[in-house]
Design a protein around this ligand. Structure first.
Ligand code: SF4
Ligand code: SF4
Length: 157
């Protein structure tokens, strides 16, 4: 969805995504029914249903403080087919977060992505203004799991 401004080559070189420290496990997206079914026989990933999406728990322990998403291939990236990939993953490094002052959902940019620098996001703004912003908020209306609490690693757009 952001491929016009963030290339696969950039991400392949960076490899900073899809691995979640326990303190950032809240960032793991909620998965579709189809994706959850792929893990149905996998006891390491207990799931909680939420508005038709599935939140999984990663198997953290003392020796595994950071865990990859179960759908990440370290060489080729995300293994989910497009129809099962969470909408939130397609948006990354953009999130929908509640403004702590107003409680209103807003778009926010992760400040640690070298592919879309937070200090220079003109190309991203133009892409959002071309209709993507409207689409994201429409999706968030049907899937409230997209709306996350604010975190200071993000900058509101
Ligand atoms: S941090 Fe940004 S550039 Fe790096 S892998 Fe993630 S999305 Fe790609
Ligand atoms: S579903 Fe794919 S893109 Fe999303 S966190 Fe997992 S591996 Fe990454």
């Amino acid at each position: 969805m952001l491929s016009s401004i963030l290339t696969g080559e950039t991400c392949a070189a960076c490899k900073n995504c899809c691995i979640f420290e326990e303190k950032s496990a809240w960032e793991l997206p909620a998965f579709s029914v189809g994706a959850a079914a792929r893990l149905a026989d996998h006891p390491d990933y207990p799931m909680t249903e939420e508005n038709g999406r599935y939140r999984i728990t990663l198997p953290y322990d003392d020796t595994h403080a950071a865990q990859p998403c179960p759908f990440l291939d370290p060489d080729s990236g995300c293994t989910l087919p497009p129809e099962e990939k969470p909408f939130a993953c397609s948006l990354w490094p953009v999130r929908v977060m509640r403004d702590p002052d107003t409680d209103v959902p807003r778009l926010a940019l992760y400040q640690g992505c070298p592919g879309v620098p937070a200090e220079d996001h003109a190309a991203l703004d133009a892409l959002l203004d071309s209709g993507l912003r409207t689409r994201i908020f429409a999706e968030a209306e049907t899937d409230p799991t997209l709306i996350l609490p604010y975190h200071p690693n993000y900058k509101f757009l």
